[in-house]
Write a protein that binds this ligand. Structure first.
Ligand code: KG4
Ligand code: ZN
Length: 332
């Protein structure tokens, strides 16, 4: 079964063709990063316009690369939330129009659920029950998935998403945008010796908070600059990253112990972080937990994960109504 997936919830226009929810036939991503760079963050209205400009061409290219004719597509899936409303509307309208034109079912997909399914594309043997830590620019969630399509939200961020905190700290350190990968690289040259916050305010819960840590970095940098002292950027980056990863590690492995689940999957852009990968791998090995994460190309936003998720959703629940509305604040 061939599913065409569409993803437009943030600043990447993406279209993909996936076979039987597991095999990627094509996976095209058109990034708008350079359009938003000068603003230091995603401008929603600009993002929606950029999606509109490229989505038709990208769809044609995704079919061509997959060597698939439109009449061979069996299912169309698109992200309907959470995300930026303008972008969501572009992708959703495109998918609904294709569904009508090609006379195939349409499925609306939750973007965060899509991130989880990036792992099913990458690992053919992966099956629930599993625990999923999604860490991206917009979300930080710890979700128990006892079986396909069933989710229990165990914890989430009470303020900034992990990626958002990475991006803001990177900005204060005058690194590029989006800051996560830059901060990751810089941290490798620094020492994590700065104690940025004294204690973890949400210790014992499965929730996350990163704004205190972010503010500590902002204050530290401003104070040093005011005094005319040099900012030890690499040490700040390493210390910040060390504390973020420690919090993520604590929540995930406590939840694994409490639920007795033995499989952990990571998803979202921050799952590309090198320290996160190293420390999660070591802890998983020590505790006899199987750890999965997608390859870098499937960690960040893409449409293959939406097509995969859409396929499994269609198997369970069938098509979504064409009247399905975009939902910027969609939750599990
Ligand atoms: O999943 P994603 O593409 O978009 C959302 O759905 O939000 O994640 C993007 C986020 C950005 O905040 C980016 O800075 C972060 O993932 N990111 C990283 C790394 N690579 C991407 N954060 C830390 N370390 C990285 N290596
Ligand atoms: Zn995402």
């Amino acid at each position: 079964m061939l599913c065409l997936g569409v993803e437009t919830s943030c600043d990447e226009t993406a279209v993909a063709v996936v076979e039987d929810g597991r095999r990627i036939r094509s996976n095209l991503i058109w990034s708008q990063i350079d359009k938003h760079q000068k603003f230091g963050g995603v401008v929603p209205e600009l993002a929606a316009r950029c999606h509109l400009e490229v989505i038709s061409r990208l769809t044609a290219e995704a079919l061509e690369q997959a060597a698939v004719a439109p009449e061979e597509i069996d299912l169309v899936a698109a992200t309907y939330g959470p995300g930026l409303i303008g972008g969501l509307l572009v992708g959703l309208s495109m998918a609904k129009a294709l569904s009508l034109a090609w006379q195939v079912p349409f499925v609306g997909v939750n973007h965060v659920e899509g991130h989880i399914y990036a792992n099913f594309l990458a690992h053919p043997d992966l099956e629930p029950p599993l625990l999923c830590l999604t860490v991206s620019g917009g979300h930080t969630q710890l979700v128990l998935m006892p079986e396909h399509g069933h989710y229990e939200l165990l914890g989430q961020t009470r303020d900034d998403a992990a990626g958002e905190a990475f991006d803001k700290v990177a900005r204060v350190l005058s690194l590029g945008y989006p800051g996560g990968p830059h901060l990751d690289r810089l941290a490798q040259t620094g020492r994590p010796t700065l104690m940025l916050v004294q204690h973890d305010a949400l210790a014992g819960t499965y929730d996350f908070s990163f704004s205190g840590l972010k503010t500590a970095v902002v204050n530290l940098v401003h104070n040093l600059k005011q005094k005319g002292e040099p900012v030890p950027a690499a040490d700040v980056a390493a210390s910040f990253q060390r504390q973020v990863v420690s919090i993520l590690l604590d929540r995930a492995f406590r939840a694994l112990a409490a639920t007795k689940v033995k499989t952990l999957v990571l998803s979202g852009g921050v799952a590309a972080n090198s320290e996160l990968r190293t420390r999660f791998a070591a802890e998983a090995e020590a505790r006899g937990v199987k750890l999965y994460y997608p390859p870098l190309s499937l960690c960040t936003d893409n449409a293959a994960m939406i097509a995969a998720c859409g396929y499994f959703q269609w198997l369970r629940k069938g098509a979504s109504p064409l009247a399905l509305a975009a939902n910027p604040r969609l939750r599990f």
